[in-house]
Design a protein around this ligand. Structure first.
Ligand SMILES: [Zn+2]
Length: 266
């Protein structure tokens, strides 16, 4: 049986945490072996640490997401650095740049992002990066900051195809999520056809980035009128990408497992 790894999700999110026992049981039943749970703000880092203590499959990452920088405390960086030093921590994430949100304060985002890239370099942990509508700025920042040997992960990557080579050269890995299996996101799938297979990872980003309803295998109650992505949809994401790349799922899974182990130094 193929082994499936989720390179990016948020099990600590309130939309999932109340159903956690059920979700965990299903992930185990399906052979989804590793779950990289990304923190997003000071208030969820303790929850991520708790999940890592409770479930051996959880691989924790800690970071300050660009959506939450306004609420940061005066000592966020010291606190983050304490979490990064916990045994078992695999990455600095989720961090990044986002000009899609309203009132984005991109200059402040950049300050916080650069500090976290430096923390990543100094701890030897790879950064897991979120980017929406700020690709040029992201490239500039990455070119001017130290990047460790494992490179960095551009999660739920939907950036411009013309910038692929620049990111590849800097050491990028790219993770694919099920949201891009919608017909109107065919350009993202096309981009993934151009990415060398040894740089590809797969994620759910659950509870976000839900798959088209026709392809999803697991459903949770909507939240605020929006679909909630069940982490067990991961296998459907593997299947969707395998089909797009014209590969057997088992071949894709074997390659992704090798990429995952190398990137997260398993
Ligand atoms: Zn995320």
């Amino acid at each position: 049986m193929a082994i499936f790894y989720d390179a990016h999700l948020h099990l600590q999110d309130e939309r999932l945490s109340s159903l956690l026992d059920q979700i965990v049981e299903e992930l185990r039943r399906l052979g989804i072996k590793r779950w990289v749970v990304n923190g997003t703000c000071e208030s969820d880092w303790p929850q991520v640490a708790k999940l890592a203590e409770t479930y051996p499959e959880v691989m924790p990452a800690y970071g300050l997401h660009p959506w939450f920088i306004k609420k940061r405390s005066g000592h966020w960086e010291e606190t983050l650095s304490d979490y990064l030093s916990l045994p078992g921590t695999v990455a600095v994430g989720e961090i990044g740049l986002d000009k899609w949100i309203r009132d984005h304060q991109i200059d402040d985002q950049e300050v916080v992002f650069r500090r976290q890239l430096r923390l990543a370099a100094s701890t030897g942990l790879p950064p897991v990066i979120h980017c929406l509508q700020a690709w040029g700025r992201l490239l500039e920042v990455l070119k001017s900051e130290p990047i460790g040997d494992s490179g960095f992960l551009l999660h739920s990557f939907a950036g411009p195809i013309e910038m692929l080579d620049d990111f590849l050269e800097l050491g990028a890995r790219f993770s694919f999520s099920g949201y891009f299996l919608q017909e109107r996101k065919a350009d993202v799938v096309e981009t993934f056809r151009r990415i060398p297979l040894d740089r590809v990872l797969i994620e759910t980003d659950a509870p976000d980035m839900a798959l088209p309803e026709l392809l999803a295998t697991h459903f949770l109650d909507q939240f605020d009128g929006k679909p909630v992505n069940h982490p067990a949809n991961l296998i459907a994401v593997y299947e969707g990408l395998a089909k797009a790349l014209d590969l057997p799922v088992s071949d894709l899974a074997a390659q992704v497992a090798a990429n995952f182990d190398r990137f997260f130094s398993v």
